[in-house]
Design a protein. Structure first.
Length: 199
């Protein structure tokens, strides 16, 4: 009976491990919260530290999203408990208790969490992200448009998770408010250019 509550707590604590800050520190790079977009996420690590560090952060953040939800699935927890676990790991990533509540924007962690809830929906989410990215070159625009459409995917394929997933998506869009303003002003930098550079 305690398992769901325990997993929610574990999810929040796991989400709170800010891989961007840790990886940058280990690699002797600048603190991602201090430079670039000031965001502790893979996109900003790509900006300041290159591809391999960013890939490491991306994989770590996806995995930490998947793990607690997948454990919940293996315990056959109810859809609402799984939804709260997914929300908790994203909240941990965005507001990490170990890093003065200054975390990332939650895109990779949410993808990881959703991958444990529905393969179809995570496939649709990745497809949408890639499509927007290939067309626009903006990581943030891809994330925002994906977050706007994923609630419809989940409602269609796994309606029992609609509420928590929609909540996560709202949080994601809200966390991109600076990016949205930069996109609007034409001041957002394109990730394409960073990816094409060799380092
Ligand atoms: O996933 C985060 C990305 O969408 C935006 O990151 O560093 O450009 O704010 P950033």
């Amino acid at each position: 009976i305690l398992i769901p509550y325990l997993l929610i707590l574990i999810a929040y604590l796991l989400g709170s491990i800010s891989s961007a800050v840790i990886f940058c520190k280990l690699a002797g790079l600048a603190d991602p919260r201090e430079v670039g977009s000031h965001n502790a996420g893979a996109t900003n690590v790509l900006r300041i530290g290159g591809k391999s560090a960013a890939l490491g952060v991306l994989l770590f953040d996806i995995l930490k999203g998947t793990l607690p939800v997948a454990i919940g699935v293996s315990f056959n927890l109810s859809p609402s408990a799984l939804g709260v676990i997914a929300l908790a790991v994203c909240l941990g990533h965005i507001f990490p208790i170990f890093f003065q509540f200054k975390g990332g924007k939650g895109v990779a962690t949410a993808l990881g969490a959703i991958s444990a809830l529905s393969f179809v929906v995570v496939g649709g989410a990745i497809g949408t992200w890639l499509l927007v990215f290939l067309i626009s070159g903006y990581s943030s625009l891809s994330a925002v448009l994906t977050a706007l459409i994923v609630p419809f995917y989940i409602w269609w394929f796994e309606p029992q998770f609609t509420f928590p997933v929609a909540l996560v998506c709202c949080l994601l869009v809200y966390r991109h408010h600076d990016n949205i303003q930069r996109l609007w002003r034409g001041q957002e930098d394109k990730m394409w250019d960073k990816l094409k550079k060799k380092n």
